[in-house]
Design a protein around this ligand. Structure first.
Ligand code: 5GP
Ligand code: MN
Length: 350
């Protein structure tokens, strides 16, 4: 990561100190990094700056992140849309976490566009919409938004270092970095270890976090993973692995929202697999997750063929019907077609 500019840190500190009302928002289907970064800033502001911001997430957290939900201060916009509109329209400062553009914020998008507040972006995705913000912290060579926020907070605190970050904020930061790196398996940079070292020295309980994240799955999820890998996963000779999980299947398997998290990574453990694509049926579209090995751009495939984006080796998007395909039955053929030329010679997908 580049050194954070003193001017930017000063400007952020001054915006946080002077704004009347602060809203902190993140992308739809918030993951550990989105929720972790929002809540870390929330706890930091509450404990260190005596400011009570509002964290507004477009929709609810998956159950494996339940433990992060604070007693107050978190609003789920989907189930409280008018309250979200009111808070965002009257805010003096909005901080957008873990999203490169307002169009990642679902039902919050128009509220953010029409808000007159100062807007700050803290994010680690490619192609940020810089002109929508008065201050931008955007770095791609960090593991997570939580890592970037950690260095921003340490920069604001000064000599105290990580010990000056309140305990709940430390837990939230460690959680977001852990989920975005898949527990140090990918997207790890020197700064990631420095952050982990700082947080551990300051007393963060990593064992408790790992236990909440990885040792409390429901039996349904583990059995569903077995079914997906044995019955649905298909592997093509050119290195494509894909699986399409239809609505009837995930209902029958009793899967809850967020419980397929991580499935898409597993096929990359197979030597010949270079690209893993996972489609999960939703209302009128498939939710798409893409992972790739170095040299294959998951981000480009997501942007060009799945109405999305993300990082070089981890991206996502959506596949709509009618539109991209005429019905859900066409999903498999669509994946087969768009990935063939892409894997063969990296040509733009037609
Ligand atoms: P996941 O596969 O874990 O849902 O997402 C992987 C990455 O792709 C994340 O960094 C996420 O921000 C990005 N991503 C997921 N869905 C979308 C989407 O619909 N649009 C864009 N632009 N990025 C997405
Ligand atoms: Mn992230």
């Amino acid at each position: 990561m580049r050194m954070l500019e003193i001017n930017s840190l000063e400007k952020f500190r001054s915006l946080l100190g002077s704004a009347e009302d602060i809203c902190i928002v993140a992308h739809t289907h918030p993951d550990g990094d989105a929720a972790g970064s929002c809540l870390a800033l929330y706890h930091f502001l509450e404990r260190r700056m005596c400011v009570r911001p509002h964290v507004i997430l477009p929709d609810s957290l998956p159950s494996y992140l339940d433990f992060m939900i604070p007693e107050t201060g978190l609003l789920i916009a989907e189930s409280n849309i008018e309250a979200a509109r009111e808070l965002i329209s009257s805010a003096g400062l909005v901080v957008c976490m873990d999203m490169n553009s307002f169009n990642r914020s679902g039902c919050l998008e128009e509220m953010l566009r029409s808000s007159a507040a100062e807007k700050v972006l803290i994010d680690h995705h490619l192609n940020p919409s810089v002109s929508d913000f008065s201050l931008v912290f955007s770095e791609v060579d960090v593991s997570s938004t939580c890592e970037l926020l950690y260095f921003i907070l340490v920069g604001i605190i000064g000599d105290e270092g990580a010990a000056g970050i309140p305990e709940k904020a430390r837990t939230a930061l460690m959680t977001g970095m852990t989920t975005d790196t898949n527990n140090f398996a990918n997207s790890v940079f020197p700064g990631t270890f420095a952050m982990a070292s700082g947080l551990l020295s300051a007393g963060v309980d990593r064992d408790a976090i790992l236990s909440r994240l990885y040792n409390e799955y429901r039996e349904n999820r583990v059995r569903a993973m077995g079914y997906v890998l044995s019955d649905l996963l298909k592997i093509r000779d050119d290195g494509l692995a894909y699986f399409v999980l239809r609505r009837d299947d995930w209902k029958r398997l009793g899967l809850e929202d967020g419980e397929t998290e991580g499935f898409v990574n597993i096929p990359l453990g197979i030597g010949k697999v270079k690209l893993s694509v996972f489609l999960k049926e939703d209302d009128g579209f498939f939710r798409v997750s893409i992972r790739s090995k170095k040299g294959i751009s998951a981000n480009r495939l997501a942007r060009e063929c799945f109405n999305g984006g993300g990082h070089e080796c981890a991206a996502g998007g959506r596949l709509y019907w009618p539109g991209d395909i005429s019905s859900p039955d066409g999903a498999e053929e669509y994946i087969m077609n768009v990935t063939a030329r892409f894997l063969q010679n990296g040509l733009p997908v037609e």
